[in-house]
Design a protein around this ligand. Structure first.
Ligand code: AMP
Ligand code: ZN
Ligand code: FE
Ligand code: FE
Length: 289
């Protein structure tokens, strides 16, 4: 077991990976094997709105000689925009955080059923088809609906489903409940965790400077600078902000198994930044071999 703050670990580190506990296509043990195969030696499991994969991931990491950092990708929403907040090393039993993730997951279930009903009017697709592509107890999302559409032959892959039937502009789309990002960040922080905004310079554009200031006041620790969806010039703006305010900058793959082209280790987090996360997180501990 790693000692908090002084935990020994070895890079390269990939701090954003998904398993079948949310919308990845591989169980945690396979995810960690894949990461190991790609040279990763420290990894975080960051399933959407759940910590259910932590124990499996910790065991897999240990058997592979890797360090496991407990994490999650918490859903948030600001106005129309979906915002993902990565949290590391928080207390998985924290009451406020559990209440938040329970509510999001319940809403995701209702929303997926409603989308299934809407799709079922135009396609031979049932809720049972979607459940076939969702592991028991997993955080359900549009990727599971996409997999059911692929299996029925309506689309070639998840990407095509997202571009067509699952797009927010599609008549089949239903939104989900997600907290505002201030609540997401402060709840992770109060649970002893380290909040980092995931893929902050994506296609929907940068958060306003005012909101970023508020998020930093609420305990935001940094930004996921290395991510394939980040775009210039917003990325340059964020790099300068990180440097000026001495924030944490991470880099990660956002691996989803075969659900996305992302491969483990395509972006990594420096040892210095991993050490800062380990120092700042007090709600749970990394697991080292
Ligand atoms: P949801 O959580 O239901 O809103 O779905 C969003 C999730 O779908 C994100 O976690 C993404 O990883 C995944 N996703 C978004 N766009 C795509 C895409 N084009 N192909 C595959 N997965 C995607
Ligand atoms: Zn995902
Ligand atoms: Fe995300
Ligand atoms: Fe992700």
């Amino acid at each position: 077991m790693g000692e908090r703050g002084t935990a020994r670990f070895h890079g390269p580190s990939d701090l954003h990976l998904h398993s079948t506990h949310s919308d990845g296509t591989e169980a945690p043990a396979q995810v960690f094997s894949a990461a190991h195969r790609h040279g990763i030696r420290t990894a975080a499991l960051t399933d959407h709105d759940t910590t259910a994969g932590w124990a499996e991931a910790a065991q897999a990491a240990t058997s592979l000689g890797m360090t496991f950092i407990p994490g999650m990708e918490l859903s948030a929403q600001h106005e129309w925009r979906s915002i993902h907040v990565l949290g590391y090393l928080f207390d998985p039993d924290d009451t406020a955080l559990r209440a938040l993730t329970d509510r999001i997951r319940a809403s995701r279930l209702t929303r997926a059923r409603t989308m299934a009903d809407r799709l079922g009017q135009d396609f031979a697709l049932t809720w049972a088809d979607i459940l076939d592509h969702t592991a028991d107890g997993a955080t359900v999302g549009r990727p599971h609906i996409a997999d059911a559409l692929v299996a029925r032959g309506y689309v070639a892959d998840r990407g095509e489903a997202f571009a067509r039937m699952l797009s927010p502009r599609s008549p089949y789309y239903v939104s989900l409940y997600a907290p505002d990002p201030i609540t997401a960040v402060s709840t992770i922080r109060q649970a002893g965790g380290v909040p980092i905004i995931a893929h902050p310079a994506g296609r929907t554009g940068l958060l306003s400077a005012g909101l970023i200031d508020e998020l930093l006041s609420a305990g935001l620790a940094g930004f996921e600078i290395g991510h394939r969806e980040n775009l210039e010039p917003d990325l340059g703006v964020l790099r300068r902000l990180v440097a000026e305010r001495d924030l944490i900058a991470t880099g990660s793959s956002d691996y989803h198994g075969v659900g996305k082209p992302n491969v483990p280790g395509e972006f990594t987090t420096s040892d210095e930044m991993v050490a800062r996360i380990l120092d700042a997180g007090t709600g749970s501990a990394p697991v080292t071999p």
